[in-house]
Design a protein around this ligand. Structure first.
Ligand code: FES
Length: 276
């Protein structure tokens, strides 16, 4: 029997903000009935401020509690402030969730992210991984690489079992477990792989994303700039420079050399960086 906090039980028994907003400005959706649970999140805005939020969910008590607390967390916040909320925040606000139920907090976060993406015209995304990684890893629960990566990053996940608890991926037929293991190994540095081993395109994308995310971006941010990984085309790493990095041609060349040298060193010596 799972141990639920008092707050989870309270929000399950007395869910807040249940229902729909007829003239909602944004609607975010996550999960699907075919996969066992789903959530629809309705937002009413005044400018960029969320003035009302309601939800409809089909799922277990933890899904109801996660959705309920999420509406309380976002009402009164600006969209910019709401962007900062993660599934970890939702679970913490509930006083914790059993590991096996963490996917309910992830579903809440995904519905919020879906609503924000609609507002920002698809330009808002919490991950640095590109559309090329929008590949479905787990067909039983329709979980993509991006969703798995985001769960790993935010929650510091290390095992396939943890991934299943947080995203449901791997929780039915189990065919995707090898792929999930591959993603974990690539993200955490490939424990059993040497630098000389040939990486698959997927592994390469994951590794480039990780190096940019953890090593290159923090360096550029120190000078008021940043970098986004856009795509990998053959050995060409397409990136977008933002902030202070955009303006000056000389600094762009320096940054290109800097980024290229790190990627050659950490991922693959044949990589070339191209700004888009
Ligand atoms: S494909 Fe992931 S559990 Fe079936």
């Amino acid at each position: 029997m799972w141990d639920y906090s008092e707050k989870v039980l309270d929000h399950y028994r007395n869910p807040r903000n249940v229902g729909k907003i007829d003239n909602a400005d944004l609607i975010g959706e996550a999960g699907s009935l075919a996969c066992g649970d789903s959530l629809k999140l309705y937002l009413k805005l005044d400018g960029e401020k969320i003035v009302d939020a309601k939800f409809q969910t089909f799922g277990c008590g933890s899904a109801v509690a996660s959705s309920s607390i999420l509406t309380e967390m976002i009402i009164g916040k600006t969209l910019d402030e709401a962007k900062e909320i993660t599934n970890k925040d939702i679970a913490e606000e509930l006083g914790g969730l059993p590991q096996e139920k963490m996917h309910c907090s992830v579903m809440g976060h995904e519905a919020l992210e879906d609503a924000l993406n609609k507002y920002y015209g698809g330009k808002y995304n919490n991950t640095t991984v590109t559309n090329s990684s929008e590949k479905v890893v787990c067909t039983c629960f329709n979980v993509t690489e991006n969703q798995i990566l985001e769960a790993i990053k935010i929650n510091n996940l290390k095992t396939v079992e943890e991934i299943t608890n947080y995203t449901k991926a791997g929780g039915a037929c189990g065919r995707c477990k090898g792929y999930i293991k591959d993603i974990l190994e690539t993200y955490w540095g490939g424990v059993n792989k040497t630098e000389k081993e040939e990486l698959t395109p997927t592994q390469k994308i994951l590794k480039i994303s990780k190096v940019i995310d953890q090593q290159i971006s923090p360096e550029l941010q120190k000078d008021g700039g940043d970098i986004e990984f856009v795509d990998l085309d053959g050995n060409k790493v397409k990136v977008k420079l933002t902030g202070m990095c955009q303006g000056c041609k000389n600094s762009q060349m320096t940054i290109k050399t800097f980024v290229e040298s790190i990627l050659k060193d950490k991922v693959d010596s044949s990589l070339e960086v191209e700004q888009v």
